[in-house]
Design a protein around this ligand. Structure first.
Ligand SMILES: Nc1nc2c(c(=O)[nH]1)N[C@H]1C(S)=C(S)[C@@H](COP(=O)(O)OP(=O)(O)OC[C@H]3O[C@@H](n4cnc5c(=O)[nH]c(N)nc54)[C@H](O)[C@@H]3O)O[C@H]1N2
Ligand SMILES: Nc1nc2c(c(=O)[nH]1)N[C@H]1C(S)=C(S)[C@@H](COP(=O)(O)OP(=O)(O)OC[C@H]3O[C@@H](n4cnc5c(=O)[nH]c(N)nc54)[C@H](O)[C@@H]3O)O[C@H]1N2
Ligand SMILES: [Mo]
Length: 731
């Protein structure tokens, strides 16, 4: 459920969980655990967790149903829509996809079976700007540099708060311990954030930055490096295209020019640039605050431009490229060159937004449903997602979902989104599924592999999620509600094996498909695929080896590998990709944009929360309410807002109320409200969460405000008006 991949030690008495703690022998997390890990017991036992399929009845209420009934209903309702227009069925994959082995491996099978271009996911309210800049520069969306936290001397961190989030696109359990170790060995941590976050409190330096201006700030750092002759890309220069272009593009972004927009003094910017250049090993790292903003892709790109210019890219103590044990696309096929990345292969129907990584921006999902015409979305399948809470203009999407002809959700809760479904298919407890962090090890600050078998035996009444996904795929393939899952699964395995047998670099090259299949017996499902991927992977591991190492295998610190990992068509680092260069004029225009002096909204994360879906666990919602509006004292005075009183927030998209918390931990001119709340929707069954409902901040997020390059939503830096609510707060 979290990118830190902490090892858990779960104590059982029969089927009962008696204790959850951090696994002290885990090779990566060494016993570290945050409250979310401990809350697994409550998640496993949560009486509100769905355990049987639910079918909506004519009166709108749900009734429990058998699995056969549920799939029959889905087949009956989906088949005619499929027959008429495959694009009329949209899918939305939520964040847990990245954490769940079944979903990582079988979600794509369902999407292929559906064959719809209307694919959406949480990635366009999250990290796609970073994956896009990485793909353009290095060739694949998983070739993302991560800071070598354990060996760096200087870490410049923007828009990330790993002490609350546990790190993201930087798999690293116990970030607090690692950042403390960095400082203890004489290193320096500098945090750039419009809030004095928990991480900022641990830093040597923290600078407030005006939301959405990171690209300006980063360009100015580059400008200083250029002007003071501090740029030293070293050996990488010979395999880098476009250094001169970047040098020319940086011209207008002097520290003096960007300072007023960023709210950081020019001298400070110069100082940071010099320190970055002088540090023996330094890394620049940016995360959600630099992605989900107006210049998300440019900021993500400039982070790595700086890593390269300072000679820290692909270098120990700098920003490095992990080598996952399984499924790393930049470790397969011929090394050092590839097909590169292509974007915009198709566009959305209503607004013409570009495809990226096979998807469309989720900010246009509502309009694809509520705008009539040829190609209109009439059905939706959500899998481990809560877009009504997580994506912009929640109210519009909430309304749009009501007008769908048919909706299916695979989920563990009846929540703000799944309450709109016609059929809900439950997924098993995390303790009843195997685990391997296929996606997250691709971003780990140390190369690690750790597999855990299910803690508890399967619940006979609740099939594995991969089985559910394949049965849905069967319907999409036109095989009806009772497709032969074992047969489909074998086809999936065969396809994967076939790819290996055709790859010259693979250990399975030229092997007979049936022989390889036999070698993997008797495994089926995700374990069979994982075993194959591990065997084909760069360490040539087997799943058996991982089973024999329950605390994980430490595959060592990151090593320089960019020469091999590159998959650009040129075989070079593309420092100035066309798509990004073309967006620079938009950034230049932001330099001279007049500021209206109004307020902008940013988010924040709390350690005891996880997006929208763990608020039904008493352990995580006890204590002070988390969903408050942070307001700087100057703004509180200016807008007559009082600590503990309600305020009304208004944006172009909508309005909500929230309780004010006056704090100088937020920059003047900026207010902060966490996302993932607003659990008072009628029809949801989240009894604990409803008592701590909070406010859905994405009612304010504007579906028309996007990062122009990626179409990723702007969730930070939303213009809002804030005014006091005069009546007293309801108890
Ligand atoms: N304003 C604002 N909005 C944001 C963000 C922000 O910072 N600010 N952050 C964005 C980011 S980074 C993300 S990733 C998105 C998240 O967006 P979503 O993925 O849409 O939201 P989650 O809250 O992660 O919802 C996860 C869903 O998966 C279900 N679930 C949990 N376990 C399982 C399981 O084992 N199987 C299945 N099938 N379902 C399961 C949960 O019940 C829940 O419905 O939100 C984004 N929205
Ligand atoms: N406890 C907890 N952990 C989580 C999650 C959670 O909801 N709760 N969600 C998980 C998910 S899905 C993700 S993607 C990760 C995200 O992981 P992080 O990126 O570390 O997320 P945040 O903790 O939200 O930190 C983002 C920071 O960006 C700042 N910020 C906002 N706007 C700007 C800006 O314009 N510029 C700059 N420089 N900073 C800005 C915010 O004030 C905030 O402190 O966390 C994951 N871990
Ligand atoms: Mo995320």
């Amino acid at each position: 459920m979290c990118e830190a991949t902490c090892g858990l030690e779960i104590t059982l008495d029969g089927d009962q969980v008696t204790a959850v703690r951090g696994d002290p022998d885990d090779v990566f997390s060494h016993g570290f655990l945050c409250p979310k890990g401990v809350a697994l017991k409550e998640l496993h036992e949560d009486p509100d967790r769905i355990r049987e399929p639910l079918i909506r009845q004519a009166d709108g209420s749900f009734r429990r149903a058998s699995w056969d009934e549920a799939f029959e209903e889905i087949d009956r309702r989906l088949a005619p829509i499929l027959a008429a227009d495959r694009n009329a069925i949209a899918t939305y994959l939520g964040n847990p996809t990245a954490h769940l082995l079944d979903n990582m491996l079988y979600g794509p099978v369902l999407l292929r079976a559906l064959g719809s271009q209307n694919r959406y996911s949480a990635s366009t309210v999250d990290q796609f700007p970073k994956q896009m800049s990485s793909a353009l520069m290095f060739g694949t969306g998983t070739t993302v540099p991560v800071p070598d936290v354990d060996r760096t001397d200087y870490l410049l961190m923007l828009g990330a708060n790993p002490l609350a989030s546990n790190g993201s696109l930087m798999t690293a359990p116990d970030m607090r311990g690692r950042l403390r170790a960095l400082r203890k060995r004489g290193g320096k941590l500098v945090v750039i954030d419009p809030r004095r976050s928990r991480t900022a409190l641990e830093a040597d330096e923290h600078h407030f930055i005006r939301p959405g201006t990171d690209a300006l700030f980063l360009f100015a750092l580059a400008k200083v490096l250029i002007d003071e002759d501090l740029a030293a890309p070293g050996e990488l220069a010979s395999i880098t295209e476009g250094i001169e272009t970047v040098t020319a593009l940086a011209e207008p972004f002097t520290p003096d020019a960007v300072a007023p927009a960023c709210g950081i003094e020019a001298e400070q910017i110069v100082q940071i640039a010099r320190e970055l250049a002088a540090a023996p090993h330094a890394a620049v790292y940016g995360r959600i605050g630099t992605c989900t903003q107006e210049f998300g892709t440019l900021a993500s790109w400039l982070v790595d431009v700086l890593n390269l210019m300072t000679g820290n890219l692909d270098r120990e103590g700098g920003a490095m490229f992990p080598l996952g044990a399984a499924g790393h696309s930049n470790a397969a096929g011929p090394p050092g060159r590839g097909r590169g990345a292509r974007f915009g292969r198709f566009t959305s129907r209503v607004r013409g937004l570009s495809e990226l990584f096979g998807e469309l921006p989720v900010a246009c999902l509502a309009e694809e449903i509520d705008t009539p015409g040829q190609g209109q979305v009439r059905a939706l399948i959500t899998i481990s997602g809560n877009p009504v809470v997580s994506t912009p203009n929640s109210r519009r999407l909430d309304r749009a979902l009501k007008q769908l002809e048919f909706m299916v959700s695979i989920d563990v809760y009846l929540n703000e989104t799944t309450r709109h479904a016609d059929v809900i298919l439950p997924a098993p407890s995390p303790l009843r599924r195997p685990h391997y962090d296929l996606a997250l090890y691709l971003f780990a600050i140390r190369n690690v592999a750790n597999y855990s078998p299910p803690t508890l035996p399967p619940d006979p009444a609740l099939p594995d999620e991969w089985v559910t996904l394949l049965r849905l795929a069967g319907i999409a393939f036109g095989m009806g509600p009772n497709a032969d899952v074992a047969m489909l699964d074998e086809q999936v395995a065969r396809a994967l094996i076939e790819r290996e047998t055709k790859t010259a670099e693979s250990p399975f090259h030229d092997r007979l498909l049936d022989d390889v299949l036999a070698e993997l017996e008797p495994r089926v499902g995700p374990e069979r695929l994982l075993d194959l991927m591990l065997r084909a992977g760069p360490y040539r591991l087997t799943l058996r080896q991982l089973e024999a190492a329950p605390h994980g295998l430490d595959l060592g610190p990151l090593k320089p590998r960019l020469g091999d990992a590159l998959r650009t068509a040129s075989g070079k680092i593309e420092l100035a990709p066309e798509l990004l260069v073309a967006d620079v004029p938009r950034l230049r225009a932001a330099l001279s944009r007049p500021r209206n002096g109004g307020l902008v909204l940013v988010g924040r994360r709390n350690l005891r929360s996880n997006n929208s879906w763990m608020h039904n666990l008493p352990l995580l919602v006890s204590g002070p309410e988390q969903c408050t509006l942070h307001v700087h004292p100057d703004d509180a005075e200016r807008y007559e807002l009082t600590d503990g009183q309600e305020a009304e927030l208004r944006s172009r998209a909508g309005s909500v109320r929230a309780v004010v918390e006056v704090t100088d931990g937020v920059m003047p001119g900026v207010v902060s409200l966490p996302h993932g709340w607003g659990h008072d929707a009628p029809g949801a069954e989240l009894r604990v969460a409803a008592e701590h409902a909070g406010t859905n901040s994405n009612v304010l997020a504007d579906e028309l405000l996007l990062d122009a390059v990626s179409g990723n939503a702007v969730l930070n830096g939303i213009p809002v008006e804030v005014a006091p609510v005069r009546e007293p707060v309801a108890a």
